[in-house]
Design a binder for this molecule. Structure first.
Ligand code: PLP
Length: 384
């Protein structure tokens, strides 16, 4: 199987699994227990926290381990909002946040919190002029993703940080798709809180972190003594150790940049080859993007049909549509970019990762066009 769905999840690296197994077998005691085995687990937790902090450019005490990015996102928004100064109640989200995060936006709005959305331009980049107009003195926080999971388009974190901080608001960044794909350093990133999820960078599922800038006002949302009182609940030590191992495998910033360049070259070759077909459109192609992400449509051929052809070729990929009861809803990201419904329902995402090779791209480029050409010709004839 050729796996081109790395933005959905990545396979755990063998070294990650190897690092986790002894934790299941030997370090299963509760890190909060006072006895010897508990203290052994606590030492492993501290070591994993220190190495996570080193890899992400933050202090150990700025790492709050969570069950993943969804939890980190929710606790960041609710925790920063609850701690915001008097008169600051508005929360701004970008219009293209992850679907789970936009559900939180809806829930807050239903509970009476003033919620606003930062629009994007037709290429998926943030409309920074509109953002500057919206980030005012009533804003408690802005919640913005670093990179979009569908288009791969990067968001101007430093610019929005400057706008938010000038207005006295906090900035939360969902860096779930960014970390592991591009060099990241919390101390220089500009955000007050950053979410991440280990399974997006060859770590285990069900574990992630919220990086919370030291001194940042924050009201805990899950009460308990763990994580310095910021997130209660017995820590997922095997997951945390696995995440630390995955971060270590990424290497330093130069290694991440070199891997990004390798993936970008593969992705560009893939897009060049596919764009030789008639009526292929790539979203966000001219914008700064994640290196391995390609979001495209083949005319208006439905994504389901394209994915079915890909499956036949042994290629796993994703559509941009969200499944809802009774059918597919076009992507809210493409909707925010102003893409018409029939085009959005043709959206297919190919996302490459560390195990992607030139042979995978060559296979897809030799096998897919003959399967799609007749469909594209048919569509062209019907439109003529
Ligand atoms: N945020 C973004 C941008 C994502 O792509 C994802 C996962 O697809 C999430 C949040 C949620 O991550 P998790 O399911 O690991 O909590």
């Amino acid at each position: 199987m050729i796996y081109f769905d790395h933005n959905a999840t990545t396979p755990p690296a063998p070294a990650v699994v190897a690092a986790m197994l002894p934790v299941f077998e030997q370090l299963w005691a509760n890190p909060s227990s006072q006895h010897g085995p508990g203290q052994g687990a606590k030492r492993a937790l501290s070591a994993a926290r220190a190495s996570t902090a080193r890899a992400l450019g933050c202090k150990a005490q700025e790492v709050v381990f969570t069950s993943g990015a969804t939890e980190a996102n929710h606790m960041a928004v609710r925790g920063l909002l609850a701690a915001a100064g008097h008169g600051r109640r508005r929360v701004l989200f970008s219009a293209v946040e992850h679907a789970g995060h936009l559900r939180l936006a809806r829930a807050l709005a239903e509970a009476g919190v003033p919620v606003g959305f930062l629009p994007v331009c037709s290429d998926g980049t943030l409309d920074t002029t509109a953002a500057a107009g919206l980030i005012g003195p009533d804003v408690a926080l802005v919640s913005l993703m670093a990179a979009n999971n569908e288009t791969g388009v990067l968001m101007p974190v430093a610019e929005v940080a400057a706008l938010a901080h000038a207005a006295g608001a906090a900035l939360h960044v969902d860096a779930t798709q960014f970390i592991g794909k591009l060099p990241f350093d919390f101390a220089r990133f500009g955000a007050d809180a950053v979410s991440l999820s280990a399974h997006k960078f060859n770590g285990p599922k069900g574990v992630g972190a919220l990086l919370l800038r030291q001194g940042q006002p924050f009201v805990p949302q899950t009460l308990g003594s763990q994580e310095r009182g910021r997130r209660g609940g017995t820590e997922n030590l095997p997951g945390i150790v696995g995440m630390a191992a995955a971060l270590e495998l990424l290497g330093g910033g130069d290694d991440v940049a070199a891997e990004a360049a390798r993936q970008a070259a593969l992705r560009d070759a893939l897009e060049r080859g596919l764009c030789a077909l008639p009526a292929v459109h790539v979203w966000g192609q001219g914008a700064p993007r994640l290196p391995g992400t390609s979001y495209l449509r083949f005319g208006r051929v439905s994504a389901d049909v394209v994915l079915n052809r890909l499956e036949r070729l042994g290629v796993a990929a994703s559509s941009g549509a969200a499944c809802s009861s009774g059918g597919s809803e076009p992507s809210h990201v493409l909707g925010a970019m102003g893409v018409p419904r029939d085009e959005a329902l043709a959206a297919v995402r190919l996302s490459l990762g560390r195990m992607s090779r030139a042979d995978d791209v060559a296979h897809l480029l030799s096998a897919l066009p003959p399967l799609l050409e007749p469909l594209l010709r048919e569509e062209h004839a019907a439109l003529a």
